[in-house]
Design a binder for this molecule. Structure first.
Ligand code: UD1
Ligand code: CA
Length: 448
């Protein structure tokens, strides 16, 4: 029996934000979302989320990710120990393990947590997660004797000597369920912060002869997020991780440090990504596609061998077909660009289909919005849209049709027809020179 308790009731005041701390994002997913993902694979029998009063946004978000989650309200934010107490009534006692995880450590890995749970089941009554901090300021320090953990002392309560300890508590703690209630009952708030610390469970456990040990992980797997600077630092770690995974899967990054990925970006093999490319959430890039420099993609499917950019903006609902080509300064939104179609320069294609092999000339715009509603533009296979055309939706361009450059197309065009919808060109021979000489003479006589 495994019960997971995620603590997210803290006010997060150090973030200086109206948004609850755990909803701040790392790689396009909330910190809480990352923690839910890491704990989701543990096979917990029950999962509890502790939130503060009025944090409905957090509970709703969490339930959206994990509908089976039970939310518990911690009435007053009296500390991490008090938060677990708030959940205690919902935690089955007996011979299982209770795993407490903080909502503000988004980098924690499932393997590490699984290791802790296994160790708690088999060896120690209490297992904590520790790491060597480059700068331990602010973290709880782990006081050890050999392999045994004696206690955790919070930074604000630590002596000079204890502050020199670099082994810190990362947040996750596994406790045998049978001991939980009696340990929580022992917590007192006579400390520097006047809080009920979860970390005191260790010393109380030792005092009654329970064993406590630590599983260790790198700092980059457990660093906590308390401020915007911490958030940026966690983002950087996550980006490194995502880039490494993509490269291991067969993606070439021309300059990895300048490419930004989301937690859910999916790449096929032999994708090449140029410099300064951003993948916002919801992108799948198929095998052999090339995403050139300075492109931004979100909620998009890119087909095999397609070429995107440089400087392309691929917005949600875009699906780019095999070997299709989207060039510079092109924006697509809710657009299906079918196999081999080309939109190479300076276009906006929104709420549209561009049929297989069609060619959309430079500066073509789908006029999809009248200020109230969105309308669809359908461009048939093999159609050719002359440069600088405006396609006023709803409108259909038949397969193989031609649109003369500079047209404003307001009516459907039949397959294989030519449509030209622009002012007719006319010419007056010699007009310019007579215009100039007339004006030059007038200027001279007025003496200006
Ligand atoms: C805590 C630990 C510290 C550890 C660090 C790791 C305690 C007392 N200290 O410190 O040893 O090194 O995390 O990052 O546990 N929370 C509640 N209710 C509360 C208070 C907090 O749910 O009343 C939640 C917060 O939302 C947060 C987590 O518990 O997700 C940790 O709280 P926080 O105040 O950030 O603790 P730290 O000071 O970082
Ligand atoms: Ca914290």
């Amino acid at each position: 029996m495994l019960t997971t308790v995620i603590l997210a009731a803290g006010k997060g005041t150090r973030m200086k934000s109206r948004l609850p701390k755990v909803l701040h994002q790392i790689a396009g997913r909330s910190m809480l979302g990352h923690v839910l993902a890491a704990t989701g694979d543990l096979g917990s029998d029950a999962s509890l989320l502790v939130v503060g009063p009025g944090m409905d946004e957090v509970s709703a978000h969490a339930k959206g990710v994990r509908p089976d989650l039970v939310t518990v309200i911690q009435e007053n934010q009296l500390g991490t120990g008090d938060a677990v107490r708030a959940a205690a009534a919902q935690i089955p006692s007996g011979d299982g393990v209770v795993l407490v995880v903080f909502g503000d450590t988004p980098l924690v890995r499932t393997e590490t947590l699984a290791d802790m749970v296994a160790r708690c089941r088999d060896e120690s009554d209490i297992v904590i997660l520790g790491f060597e901090a480059a700068d331990p300021t602010g973290y709880g320090r782990i006081v050890t004797a050999g392999a045994n953990v004696l206690r955790i002392v919070e930074h604000k309560d630590a002596s000079e000597e204890e502050r020199a300890i670099r082994l810190c508590f990362g947040g996750p703690m596994a406790i045998r369920a049978a001991h939980l209630a009696s340990l929580l009952a022992k917590l007192r708030n006579d400390n520097a912060q006047g809080e009920f610390y979860l970390t005191d469970v260790v010393a109380h456990g030792r005092a009654v002869g329970l064993s406590c040990s630590a599983v260790l992980c790198p700092e980059s797997d457990i660093q906590g997020v308390n401020s915007r600077a911490d958030l940026a630092s966690a983002e950087a770690v996550m980006q490194k991780r995502l880039r490494a995974a993509a490269m291991a899967g067969g993606v070439t990054f021309l300059d990895p440090d300048t490419v930004y990925l989301s937690h859910d970006t999916v790449f096929g093999e032999d994708v090449t990504v140029g410099q300064n490319v951003v993948f916002a959430p919801g992108c799948r890039i198929a095998r052999g596609a090339t995403i050139k420099a300075f492109s931004h993609l979100e909620g998009a499917e890119i087909g095999e061998g397609a070429e995107i950019g440089p400087f392309a903006r691929i917005r949600p609902g875009s699906s780019i077909g095999r070997k299709a080509r989207i060039g510079n300064f092109v924006e697509t939104k809710k657009a299906k660009i079918e196999d081999g179609a080309k939109v190479n320069h300076l276009s906006y294609i929104g709420d549209a289909r561009v049929g297989e092999g069609a060619n959309v000339g430079a500066g073509t715009i789908t006029c999809n919005y009248d200020g109230f509603n969105k309308f669809f533009t359908d461009i048939g296979a093999g159609a050719f849209i002359g440069s600088n055309s405006s396609l006023v939706a709803p409108v259909t361009i038949g397969d193989g049709a031609y649109i003369g450059s500079g047209s404003v197309v307001t009516r459907n065009v039949s397959p294989d027809a030519l449509a030209v919808a622009r002012g007719k060109q006319f010419e007056k021979p010699g007009w310019a020179s007579s215009f100039r000489s007339k004006n030059a003479a007038a200027k001279k006589s007025s003496g200006d």
